[in-house]
Design a protein around this ligand. Sequence first.
Ligand SMILES: Nc1nc2c(c(=O)[nH]1)N[C@H]1C(S)=C(S)[C@@H](COP(=O)(O)O)O[C@H]1N2
Ligand SMILES: [Mo]
Length: 300
Amino acid sequence: MAYRWTNDLTAADVTPKDAFLNRRQIMAGAAGLGAIGFSATQAAARADLVPNSLEDITTYNNYYEFGTGKGDPAKNAGSLVTSPWSIKVDGMVDNPGEYSVNDLVAGLDIEERIYRLRCVEAWSMVVPWNGVELADVLKKAGVQSRGKYVAFETVVQPDNMVGVRRGVLDFPYVEGLRMDEAMHPLTLLATGIYGEPLAKQNGAPIRLVVPWKYGFKSIKSIVRISVTDRQPPTTWNKISSREFGFYSNVNPTVDHPRWSQADERRIGGGLFAGRQETLMFNGYDEVASLYAGMDLKANF
Ligand SMILES: Nc1nc2c(c(=O)[nH]1)N[C@H]1C(S)=C(S)[C@@H](COP(=O)(O)O)O[C@H]1N2
Ligand SMILES: [Mo]
């Protein structure tokens, strides 16, 4: 793994548009099959994953560094400087260093993953991400056996971030995962959406995506990834630990103190607009085994 860091991040490097277009054709084929064989439930499960438009995904955002309104990031994030960019990988790893985005993902498959995104505020979208498995990046970094958690940090550019200047939160924004969550194949480091580099308001040039957890765990514009033996502090948990747990798995049976989490408002128009049922683990049941024996109501 290279230790130098470069600023030569290009769309061609991190977002395989061809693979994306290919995948769309395969999906179109599958939809065709649905007409002749699949049950209504299977069809609905698939249709539920119809991505939101790029317009929805890039204009309705949470990125408090650029303001607290949903339209603020689209309006204000243009000033974020994403090139050059370096990500510090440190803590309990064999290969610490400062890496460019390209170096971080070098040799890894950039995949397309269409995931539900469920915000703790009870709205949701479906986003077609491009990215690499965090596990593969951590394996390249060489996680040592005493490393039990992974901590993440967002860039702070006060001159370019109106929300930072106003001090709307305690910045840098920080997040964390337990090692088995970080190593889960669903956990992504995203570099693109719809086959294009991430828009700044979505967390360019690289952000975390943990689809079974509330959206605030999916930290944007990452500049530091640290492996540690202690549960790291996380931004919303520091603000209110009774409202925002460290785990924050999507759970329709655990209400937020001020609102229900039983259902959600799907952003955007079309067939799936409006309220829909919230699913345990946001529908990603395969993660349930990570929490075997844990009280999911106490460890929300
Ligand atoms: N650095 C940083 N990361 C962040 C946030 C933020 O305010 N700052 N908001 C979080 C929240 S609450 C959500 S719901 C998602 C929204 O991601 P999106 O705007 O790409 O849909 O980003 C998360 N990551
Ligand atoms: Mo959120």
